[in-house]
Design a protein around this ligand. Sequence first.
Ligand code: SIN
Length: 289
Amino acid sequence: MFTSTVGAPIAARTPDQPARRYTSITVTPASPHIGAEITDIDLTSDLSPQQIAEVKDAFVQYQVLFFREQKISFDDHIRFASLFGTLGRHVGAQTISKPTDHPLVRKFHYDENSQRISGESWHSDQSCAPIPPLGSMLYNHTVPPDGGGDTLFASTYAAYDALSDRMKTFLSGLTATHDGARVFGPGTPKSSHPIIIRHPESGRRGIFVNWDFTSHINELPRSESDAILKFLFRHIGRDEWACRFRWRPHSIAFWDNRCAQHKALWDYWPNVRSGFRVQIEGSAPPIAG
Ligand code: SIN
């Protein structure tokens, strides 16, 4: 059995998370800590109020939702994503994704000409923004024929829960700088956020630093900051609180940037992986936990 750094077993679910019943959709967990596949739903049509409420509940409970066999248009994508908030635009100055003829939809396309892909290290999207996005919804209509191109998701709640009480106390009250220039080049935002944050809907605590954007802990000398961040990046990316989504054509992954990190695998060159993504704006800066 895997044990945390203090030797305690990791509980599959925290006691403050009551079991929820879903009656208008089917929810199948993808792992003990993160992710669920939603079936018995058609995202090309309007959803019932009950379905909307249950998908929202499932999003808060599972942190990333997966949908299969959804041949959605831009309008479908925007209608569904808009149920969760205002749709926004990427803050990046130089991004790998491309605009489409719709200002809120970006194209994520990779093929034999690609030099790199977006999101190969663990990150939460655009944490460099003063108010980072609430979440992102990626639809891939085309995926590599022989597999590959999976996306990994990690629960920052479970990563927080597994820290020792001493480490939780040490990190509480510290802040870190998230620098967009590390990923998107000059002209992108730089912001400070608490390291331990509290999710505005679930109330759970999670760790909010990531490999891509976080440059340093503001209150520590650089050598101490580097060592602590290195530990936290590796800790968040541990297999024990991650799940792995295997894409099929016309699948959707919808992740909560406030409590999940993700990482895309580029193991399929020169094959094609292609789709569209929208992002849902956050409504407030991350809250200290
Ligand atoms: C990203 O994080 O930018 C992309 C995620 C993916 O393509 O799976």
